[in-house]
Design a protein around this ligand. Structure first.
Ligand code: SF4
Ligand code: SF4
Length: 518
C-alpha cells in the first residue's frame, strides 16, 4: 500500500463545472484531458473501433443482387428512389420501415437511458467518438496533458508551429475522410471515389464533403465539450428519463468525504477523513472539464473515465475501488443515510467502514435485478412490438403490385358495333431485381375483353406483359364490353399474377357506361 503522500496530485481546475462556469460569451477555458487507463477506457477503445469501422467501411461492403441492381450492401439510391440494406430493398412507398426503425431507435434510447443513464453520450454518440479520435491525434503529436498545457502557453516557436500544423493537418484528413465516407452511402462507393479524385463528381458531392469536413473539424477538434454543453438538446431531455434506479456515474461522497490531502496525518490527529485524497485525477481525465465530486451535472456524459482514474488511485493507496462508480440514486441515498450522523448531520466515514477499514456489509451495491422494473419492461415491450411488427410486415410484403387509373376524359367510347370501351392506365410494380413475365387478367364483367396498347395480342380476358427488373411499368389498357351486357355501376378486378412465383395482386376498377345504356 502506498502512503497517500505518494499519490500524484494534479494541479487542475474543473473549468466547466456549474460552480466555476463562465458567463455566456466569455472566452472558453481550454480543457486538456489527461490520458486515462482502465476497464472503461478499454471498453471505450473497443466501441470507438467498432463504430468508426462500421461508419468508414460499410459503403465498401459488396452484396450481389444480380445484374439488374447495385451491388453495394448499404445504399441510399436517391436518384432511383431506393434504399438497399443487404438483402432488403425499400421502395419509396415502403418508407414506413425506415420510420419504424427510427421509432425503435427512439424507444431504444429511452430504454438505455432509463437503465444505464447517458451511455449513448459517453460511448457511442458521434460527437464523443470523434472527439476521442481527435484527442488521440492531439496526444500523439503534442503529448499528454502537462505537455499540451506547456505547449499551449509557450511562445510561438518552430517546434510549437510544426506540432500545431501537423495536428490540424491530421484532423483535416480525418474530417475529409468522415465527410467523404458519408457521401459513399448515396452512390456506388468505388465509382464515386474515382469521380471525386478526378474532379468528375457532381457539385453537390463536393459541397456535402466540404460541409461535413468543416463540421467534423470544428465540432470534433475545436468546440469539443461545448457541443455537448451548449448545443445538444439531449442532456436537457435525458433528466426526464432517469429515475432513482437508473445508473449514473456517481462520486460516493458518503465514503469519500471529508476529503483530505494528508489523510494519515489527519487520522493521527483524530480527525475524521474519507477515502478521497483530493488528488484531482478524476478532474484531470474528464473530457468535459468538470469535477464529478460536485455532484450530478448536466455536463457529465458518463464516459466513466473518472472511475478509471479514481480506481487506479484507490489501488495505489490500498482502498476498495468504487469511490467513483456507476450507482443508482436509490443506492446512493441509502448509503448516504448510513454514513450521515443523525446528531450532527455530517458524513462520518467510520459509519460505512468496519474495524478493518473495509466497506461495511450494510452498504448497498448495484444489483442487476434493478434493471428489470416496470418502466424498462414497458420500453422493452414497446421496442419488441415495433420490431416484430416491422419484421412480419417485411417478411409478408408483396413484391408485385398493381395500381390503376381510370380515364376521366372520355370516360367511355361507343364503338361502331355498339360495344362500350373504357381506357385505363395500369401501373405494374415489379419490385424484384429480375425481369419477369406477368399475366394481367380480368375478374368480373363476364363478356368483357381487353387489349394492351403496344402489345401484339388479340383481344382476350388475359394478356402477358414483360415486367422489367426493379421497375414500375405503365401500360394503356382498353376494356370492351358488348352492348348486351351493359349495366350501371359495374365493378371488376384487374389481377396481375406471376405464375412462376405465385405472387398476385388485384385492383378493383369501375366500368363506365353511357346514361342511355343504364
Ligand atoms: S465526470 Fe466522469 S463520467 Fe462525467 S464526463 Fe467527466 S470523466 Fe466522464
Ligand atoms: S475522487 Fe478519487 S480521483 Fe478524484 S480526487 Fe478523490 S481520490 Fe482523487
Amino acid at each position: 500500500m502506498l502512503d497517500d503522500k505518494e499519490v500524484e496530485r494534479l494541479e487542475v481546475e474543473a473549468v466547466n463545472s456549474a460552480k466555476t462556469r463562465q458567463p455566456l460569451y466569455s472566452a472558453r477555458k481550454k480543457v486538456f484531458p489527461k490520458r486515462a487507463s482502465g476497464r472503461f477506457r478499454q471498453f471505450k477503445w473497443l466501441i470507438m473501433l467498432v463504430t468508426l469501422g462500421i461508419y468508414y467501411l460499410t459503403p465498401w461492403i459488396r452484396w450481389d443482387r444480380g445484374p439488374y441492381a447495385p451491388d453495394q450492401a448499404v445504399l441510399l439510391d436517391i436518384a432511383n428512389r431506393r434504399f438497399y440494406f443487404f438483402f432488403i430493398e425499400i421502395w419509396p412507398q415502403e418508407f414506413f420501415y425506415v420510420a419504424g426503425l427510427l421509432v425503435m431507435a427512439g424507444i431504444g434510447l429511452f430504454l438505455i437511458t432509463s437503465t444505464v443513464g447517458r451511455a449513448w453520450c459517453g460511448y457511442t454518440c458521434p460527437q464523443t467518438v470523434w472527439v476521442d479520435l481527435f484527442l488521440v491525434v492531439e496526444r500523439g503529436i503534442e503529448g499528454d496533458r502537462n505537455a499540451r498545457i506547456k505547449l499551449d502557453s509557450a511562445p510561438w516557436s518552430f517546434d510549437k508551429l510544426s506540432k500545431r500544423v501537423a495536428k490540424h493537418l491530421v484532423w483535416l484528413v480525418i474530417a475529409v475522410a468522415t465527410g467523404g465516407a458519408w457521401i459513399f452511402y448515396f452512390a456506388d462507393a468505388p465509382t464515386l471515389l474515382g469521380q471525386l479524385v478526378t474532379g468528375q463528381a457532381a457539385a453537390v458531392a463536393y459541397i456535402t464533403v466540404a460541409v461535413l469536413t468543416a463540421t467534423t473539424y470544428v465540432f470534433g477538434g475545436l468546440m469539443r465539450e461545448q457541443v455537448c454543453t451548449y448545443m445538444c438538446p439531449w442532456p436537457r431531455i435525458q433528466a426526464a428519463m432517469l429515475d432513482e434506479n437508473s445508473l449514473t456515474v456517481t462520486y460516493n461522497d458518503w465514503r469519500g468525504e471529508p476529503r483530505s490531502r494528508h489523510a494519515k496525518k489527519a487520522a493521527a490527529e483524530g480527525l475524521s477523513v474519507g477515502d478521497c485524497v483530493d488528488c484531482n485525477a478524476c478532474v484531470a481525465v474528464c473530457p468535459m472539464g468538470i469535477d464529478i465530486r460536485d455532484g450530478q451535472q448536466l455536463e457529465c456524459i458518463t464516459c466513466a473515465l473518472c472511475i478509471d482514474a479514481c480506481d487506479s488511485v484507490m489501488d495505489k493507496i490500498g482502498k476498495e475501488r468504487g469511490l467513483i462508480s456507476y450507482a443508482t440514486l436509490a443506492d446512493y441515498q441509502s448509503n448516504m443515510a448510513i454514513a450521515t450522523d443523525p446528531a450532527t448531520g455530517k458524513i462520518e466515514p467510520k459509519r460505512v467502514h468496519d474495524q478493518n477499514g473495509k466497506l461495511s456489509d450494510k452498504i448497498a451495491h448495484f444489483r442487476l435485478g434493478r434493471i428489470f422494473r416496470a418502466r424498462t419492461f414497458v420500453y422493452a415491450g414497446a421496442w419488441s412490438l415495433v420490431g416484430v411488427a416491422l419484421l412480419v410486415a417485411l417478411l409478408s410484403r408483396d413484391r408485385l403490385e398493381i395500381n390503376v387509373l381510370h380515364d376521366r376524359n372520355p370516360q367511355f367510347v361507343r364503338l361502331a358495333d355498339g360495344s362500350i370501351r373504357n381506357g385505363y392506365t395500369v401501373k405494374l410494380l415489379n419490385m424484384i431485381p429480375e425481369p419477369r413475365t406477368v399475366t394481367l387478367s380480368l375478374d368480373g364483367l363476364p363478356e368483357a375483353v381487353m387489349s394492351v396498347v403496344g402489345v401484339d395480342q388479340p383481344e382476350s380476358r388475359s394478356v402477358t406483359v414483360e415486367a422489367e427488373p426493379d421497375k414500375l411499368k405503365t401500360i394503356r389498357v382498353y376494356v370492351r364490353q358488348p352492348q348486351a351486357n351493359l349495366a350501371e355501376g359495374q365493378s371488376f378486378k384487374f389481377i396481375v399474377e406471376d405464375k412462376g412465383s405465385s405472387e398476385k395482386d388485384a385492383y378493383v376498377a369501375k366500368f363506365n357506361v353511357p346514361e342511355a345504356a343504364k
